[in-house]
Design a protein around this ligand. Structure first.
Ligand code: DGY
Length: 384
């Protein structure tokens, strides 16, 4: 059981809102104060377990702002519903840690923070792509350890990614933003594997090709593949952007890694369990020219044995959305969601891009919830 000590903002607020981690910026707590909420913020920086979540909720709680690291099981959600709770507002876009079915059954609104972290997370995927391909972290270690004794023609050679083939697994918002950065910056050809055709991405690629042709340059290509194997076999870079669910658990394992090029770069900024980490360790040991850039881990924050010994893997501590602007924006969206549920305001009709959610960052935000993931299942009608 974790430490459940809290500190309180706006003690006389009529609605009790539990916030399981302190959040960046000041605007989010102003919004909740304006919504007449008493805000109880957990002090602990440890990841809270189910017992701690239930203890924090206590006997009366109108809503929670929770984290992607917490186990929002049906038992935790039942405690919230029994305490009179109406909303669990996640400080994240991904909600694989929440039992959505149980929440819907209990009439709880589950909120998230889309739009604001798309480009930020895509930038992190770009950073990991090049850090892995150009051996940046390994080079940093070499310099610090005094192993850089002068420029040499064959020292620490990596892979050029310009005009190579990029495979996107999961062409949703973040996958598309990353693909665009890589296409426009590095003129890669695109393959994508996704349950649905992404016409927006295909149009972006076509328009960019027209631009290249007009400049007398070779166009790029973009194609949706029907099998994951095809993408793995043909790509020089594979970047994972899928959500985590029962169909994507260990989507990339031993068999899939074996199909990839021996000098490919694999990037994961989605969720750790999409990749079989033990299989990756084995593969990277056997193929030193293969490189991986990871921001997320299967047993986060624990690493699979051997992962931290591999020079061909770059490891980041789940920094995908970690810019001040984004994290403060996520806090505002999480608070706006809670305020809206408390006032029974309708759902914002579309929170897909940054432009869609920008109104929530102005001085007079809309009287609406930015994003309720189970709105349709709960029969909530969007604001017209
Ligand atoms: C999310 O919001 O799901 C991200 O993983 C946070 O970085």
């Amino acid at each position: 059981m974790n430490d459940t000590a809290t500190f309180v903002v706006n003690p006389n607020g009529a609605r009790r809102i539990v916030v399981t981690k302190d959040l960046p910026g000041a605007r989010w707590s102003e919004l909740l104060t304006q919504a007449d909420c008493r805000i109880e913020i957990a002090r602990s920086e440890e990841t809270l377990d189910e017992i701690a979540l239930r203890a924090l909720i206590g006997g009366r709680c109108d809503g929670v702002i929770g984290q992607l690291t917490e186990p929002w099981s049906s038992a935790a959600l039942e405690t919230l519903a029994r305490a009179g709770g109406k909303a669990l507002s996640l400080y994240a876009v991904g909600y694989d840690n929440v039992d959505i079915e149980a929440a819907t059954r209990l009439g709880l609104q589950i909120c998230n923070t889309p739009g604001i972290l798309t480009e930020t997370t895509a930038e992190m995927a770009v950073a990991l792509t090049f850090a892995a391909a150009r051996r940046v972290a390994e080079g940093d270690r070499a310099v610090r350890a005094g192993r850089f004794t002068g420029w040499l023609p064959g020292f620490m050679l990596g892979e050029l990614l310009w005009r190579k083939t990029l495979g996107i697994v999961g062409a949703g918002r973040i996958g598309t933003a990353y693909a665009r950065m890589m296409v426009e910056g590095h003129k890669v050809d695109l393959l994508y594997y996704s349950p649905r055709r992404n016409e927006h991405l295909e149009r972006l690629a076509d328009d960019y090709s027209d631009y290249l042709i007009a400049r007398g340059e070779q166009p790029i290509t973009c194609r949706r593949v029907t099998t994951l194997d095809e993408l793995l076999e043909q790509s020089d870079i594979v970047s994972l952007h899928t959500t985590l669910n029962e169909t994507t658990f260990h989507l990339i394992g031993c068999r899939q890694l074996a199909r990839m090029k021996r000098t490919a770069v694999l990037v994961n900024t989605s969720r750790g369990p999409v990749l079989d980490e033990a299989a990756l360790v084995e593969h990277c040991r056997r193929h030193p020219g293969f490189r991986a850039g990871l921001d997320v881990y299967e047993g986060e924050p624990r690493l699979s044995p051997g992962l931290d010994e591999l020079d061909n893997v770059v490891l980041a501590p789940h920094l995908g959305s970690a810019t001040r602007w984004t994290r403060e924006g996520m806090a505002i969206l999480a608070a706006a969601n809670v305020a809206a549920v408390m006032h029974e305001w309708p759902v914002w009709p579309r929170a897909t891009t940054l432009d869609d959610v920008l109104p929530f960052f102005g001085d007079s935000p809309p009287e609406a919830a930015p994003s309720i993931v189970n709105a349709a299942a709960l029969g909530l009608t969007p604001r017209s």
